[in-house]
Ligand binder design. Structure first.
Ligand code: MTE
Length: 311
């Protein structure tokens, strides 16, 4: 990526889990009375409400980062390359109406308004670690639905080997897309078994509130055992493919960013070590865990693969 070295991270306050749970209870009640949209801060105009959120599997009980940290220290190049740019420029992302096209190797392709895409699914809470390739990390209480459950509705064919994700293209409104820092739109991809894995989430909110624009509203990918850049934001198209799809950072610098991008403390980025990370809000670095700590769940997906060659 464009940065030269892992950035300094400011220590900051961490929201107490109890405060979040209290707030979430309040929001769930508010949703019942139809007032959730008024209660949540920083809302854009997305036509989706989270409704009741059920606890999901795989959540870490580590302390989540504060709402403020999670929404003010971001990578979202469509809204600028600085960490504080996405929040400052958040208003330029237009999220209502929003539709998602699912096509390619599926028996039932289609374009769905976001609310219709979500309707059959219960929104879950999954508190995951996010490890950025720049060697910082956060713990984020996401709200979303397993990507695999969505894909199954569209009936992938036997030729579907990969899943390609395309983010919004709107250079008229998105200031970052008027500069050629990346080839727009942002594209990412997963192998089909990675996409179907129950850890892989399509997130539509965090901390019980609809997704703030700077975090990839209204719908983004979260793949917690991979570096953060695999988690494409503001998705408009999901295409199942027979061939491995191109990915933005690999197109930008193939030497630095591979297709797999599994968190791996033993494979350094060519310009810095990946052995340690700084959790936002903490002073001392901590060791980075293989697969970001999700090895028990996902290591078997890569049995027999050379993970240094397939970085
Ligand atoms: N998706 C799009 N469309 N554009 C981006 O610039 N940045 C990626 C990823 N998804 C990015 C994106 C990177 S580098 C990271 S680390 C995560 O989003 C950051 O997610 P966060 O800001 O919610 O922490």
């Amino acid at each position: 990526m464009l940065f030269k070295s892992p950035p300094d991270i400011r220590p900051s306050e961490i929201t107490d889990q109890a405060v979040y749970l209290d707030r979430r209870r309040f929001l769930c009640t508010a949703a019942v009375t139809g007032a959730a949209v008024l209660a949540a801060p920083q809302l854009a105009s997305a036509a989706v409400s989270l409704g009741e959120i059920k606890p999901g599997p795989f959540s870490t009980d580590e302390q989540p980062n504060s709402y403020d940290d999670i929404t003010s220290y971001n990578n979202f190049y469509e809204l600028g390359t600085g960490k504080s740019d996405p929040k400052v420029n958040a208003r330029y992302l237009k999220t209502d109406p929003w539709s998602v096209t699912i096509d390619g190797e599926v028996s039932k392709p289609g374009t769905y308004a976001l609310e219709d895409l979500l309707a059959p699914h219960a929104i879950e809470e999954r508190t995951y670690r996010l490890r950025c390739v720049e060697a910082w990390s956060m713990v984020i209480p996401w709200n979303g639905i397993p990507l695999g459950d969505v894909l199954k509705r569209f009936e992938p064919t036997s030729r579907a080997k990969y899943v390609a994700f395309t983010s919004i293209l709107d250079p008229e409104n998105l200031p970052g897309q008027r500069r050629s820092v990346l080839d727009w739109p942002y594209v990412e991809g997963l192998r089909i078994d990675e996409a179907m894995h129950p850890l892989t989430l399509l997130a539509v909110g965090l901390y019980g509130e609809i997704m703030p624009n700077q975090n990839g509203a209204p719908i983004r990918l979260v793949v917690p055992w991979k570096y953060g850049f695999k988690s494409a934001k503001s998705i408009v198209r999901i295409t199942l493919t027979e061939d491995q799809p191109p990915t933005s950072w690999n197109l930008s610098s193939a030497r630095e960013y591979g297709f797999y991008s599994n968190v791996n403390p033993e494979v350094n980025h060519p310009r810095w070590s990946q052995a340690k990370e700084r959790r936002i809000g903490e002073f001392f670095k901590r060791p980075t865990l293989p697969f970001n700590g999700y090895g028990d769940q996902v290591a078997s997906l890569y049995n027999g693969m050379d993970l240094k060659a397939n970085f």
